[in-house]
Design a protein around this ligand. Sequence first.
Ligand code: PRP
Ligand code: URA
Length: 209
Amino acid sequence: MSRLHVIDHPLITHKLSIMRNKKTGSKDFRELLEEIAMLMGYELTRDLPLEDVTIDTPLSKMRAKMISGKKLAIVPILRAGLGMVDGLQSLIPVAKVGHIGLYRDPNTHLPVEYYCKLPPDINERIVILVDPMLATGGSAVDSLELLKKRGCKQIRFMCLVAAPEGVEKVQSAHPDVDIYTAALDDCLNDEAYIVPGLGDAGDRIFGTL
Ligand code: PRP
Ligand code: URA
């Protein structure tokens, strides 16, 4: 079974509470999302494997440790996942970025794919799939399937707010994928929005309310 990591550091929880407030405008919402993504990225990368390399310091040779293997890939689920990319890239500037475009059909709440562009060597990378909202879990499950079809074996899913329904769906479909979230909320409403949540993340990021 995959693990659910609730990263409830006080700084993250405080920033998330500002984002949840309906009075918070797009500019602040975007900035806070970027900051939280960076703070969460720090925790999500805590266990990255290191390898020994030999370097020359100004004084001597030494065996130093650096992150091993191919570097990472960050894959946002469009649109809202875009809001988390810059924060993560400021931590991991060498990461390649892929994009998966999905939107939820307003009637069925099922994800509809409209775009997919991934780095050619994505199967050799540790992938961080990002989307602020994990609601029914449909978008995350479909995106994870897409990544696995492309050969990805090491994937972590990072969101901001998760509903128990979404966590259960991802964990049962993809038991190898750990989930990192800043908050686990109560439930979904009849329109499959997370309650209490923060509303429609894409609309709040891009001002399309
Ligand atoms: C939102 C959100 C997720 C999805 C979550 O995107 O950003 O991608 O819904 O819901 P699910 O877990 O029930 O699939 P939306 O479809 O509204 O598209 P957008 O990001 O373009 O606004
Ligand atoms: N998508 C959002 O943006 N918010 C929700 O609460 C659920 C899905």
